[in-house]
Ligand binder design. Structure first.
Ligand code: SAH
Length: 264
C-alpha cells in the first residue's frame, strides 16, 4: 500500500489564510477575463408564507439524508441551514425539500439534496474542520454554493450562462455570504486566480476531467465530478491529488447536465 500523504494544513480551516491578492477588492473583472462578483446584502429574506421558512422542514430532510448514508456532521448541518426553497420558482417551492432535482430555467437543474450532500461529503473526506478554498463548476441557481459556504473558508463558483450567473447573484444576495465569489466564465478552464484549491466540485458532466482542474487542485485536495467513464455512462469520479500523483475512484452512476465549453 502506498504511504498515505499528509493533508497540508493550509487545506483546512485552521491554516487557510486568504491568498494575497484574492481579497474582495481585487476581484474586479479584468479586461477580457471572466467577470465575478461577491453578493452583498441589500434586502432581508422575504417570507414565503408556505411553512417552508420553518427549520423543521429542513430538519426532516437532513434526517432523511442521514438515513441515506450521509455521515459528515458539517455537511448535514450545512444542508439544514440553507433554505433550498429560496432557489427555485415559487410554483416549485413546495417540492424543495423532497429528494428530487428541479428545473432552474435555461434547461438546467438544481441537483437532488442527496446528490449535493453526497458530493460535498466526498469532497471533504479526511478534512478536519472546514475546507480551505473550493472551486465549484456550474453555479446554476447558487444553492450548492450556499451549502459549500458553510463547509469551506472560500467558495469560487463559476457559471457559463449569464442568465444563471445573474439569477444566482440575486438568489444569494439575502444570505449575506461574503465568502462566496460568483464568476461568469467557462469553468472548463477552472479559475486560476483562486488556485490552488482544496477541493473542486463540478455540477456538470463532461467526457473527461479538464486538465486545468487537475492543475489547479492543491496537493492533498480532492476533485468530485460527474464524468463519462469507459462504459459510456456518467458516474461520479473522485480524484485525489497526492505528492505521488492522482488517485482516481469511479463511484455510482449519476445523471448530470452536460459540461459545455464557452460562455453564453
Ligand atoms: N450547483 C448548481 C447546479 C446547476 S446545474 C445548483 O445548485 O443549482 C449545472 C450548471 O453547470 C448549469 O447551470 C450549467 O450552465 C453549468 N455549466 C455547464 N458547463 C459549464 C462550464 N463549462 N462552466 C461553467 N458552468 C457550466
Amino acid at each position: 500500500m502506498k504511504p498515505r500523504p499528509s493533508f497540508p494544513a493550509n487545506l483546512n480551516d485552521s491554516g487557510a489564510k486568504p491568498k494575497p491578492g484574492l481579497g474582495r477588492s481585487v476581484l474586479q473583472p479584468a479586461k477580457g477575463s471572466p467577470s465575478h462578483t461577491t453578493p452583498t446584502l441589500r434586502t432581508p429574506p422575504v417570507s414565503m408564507g408556505l411553512g417552508l421558512d420553518s427549520s423543521a422542514v429542513r430538519a426532516q430532510m437532513v434526517a432523511k439524508l442521514a438515513t441515506q448514508g450521509v455521515q459528515d456532521a458539517l455537511v448535514l448541518q450545512a444542508m439544514g441551514r440553507v433554505e433550498r426553497h429560496r432557489f427555485v420558482e415559487s410554483a416549485l417551492a413546495g417540492q424543495a425539500y423532497e429528494d428530487t432535482s428541479l428545473p432552474i430555467g435555461f434547461e438546467q437543474t438544481i441537483s437532488k439534496p442527496n446528490v449535493v450532500a453526497r458530493m460535498i461529503e466526498l469532497l471533504r473526506q479526511d478534512a478536519q474542520g472546514k475546507l480551505g478554498r473550493i472551486l465549484e463548476i456550474g453555479t446554476g441557481c447558487g444553492y450548492q454554493a450556499a451549502v459549500l459556504s458553510h463547509v469551506a473558508t472560500e467558495v469560487y463558483s463559476i457559471e457559463r450562462l449569464r442568465g444563471l450567473h445573474e439569477k444566482a447573484k440575486k438568489n444569494l444576495l439575502p444570505f449575506r455570504l461574503p465568502n462566496v465569489h460568483l464568476i461568469f466564465g467557462d469553468g472548463m478552464l477552472g479559475f486560476p486566480k483562486g488556485a490552488p484549491y482544496a477541493g473542486i466540485i463540478s455540477a456538470a458532466g463532461g467526457d473527461n476531467v479538464p486538465q486545468a482542474w487537475l492543475d489547479q487542485l492543491a496537493t492533498g485536495g480532492r476533485l468530485v465530478a460527474p464524468t463519462v467513464t469507459s462504459t459510456g455512462h456518467q458516474a461520479l469520479v473522485v480524484i485525489h491529488k497526492t505528492s505521488q500523483g492522482f488517485d482516481r475512484q469511479v463511484l455510482e452512476a449519476v445523471h448530470f447536465v452536460p459540461l459545455k465549453s464557452g460562455i453564453a
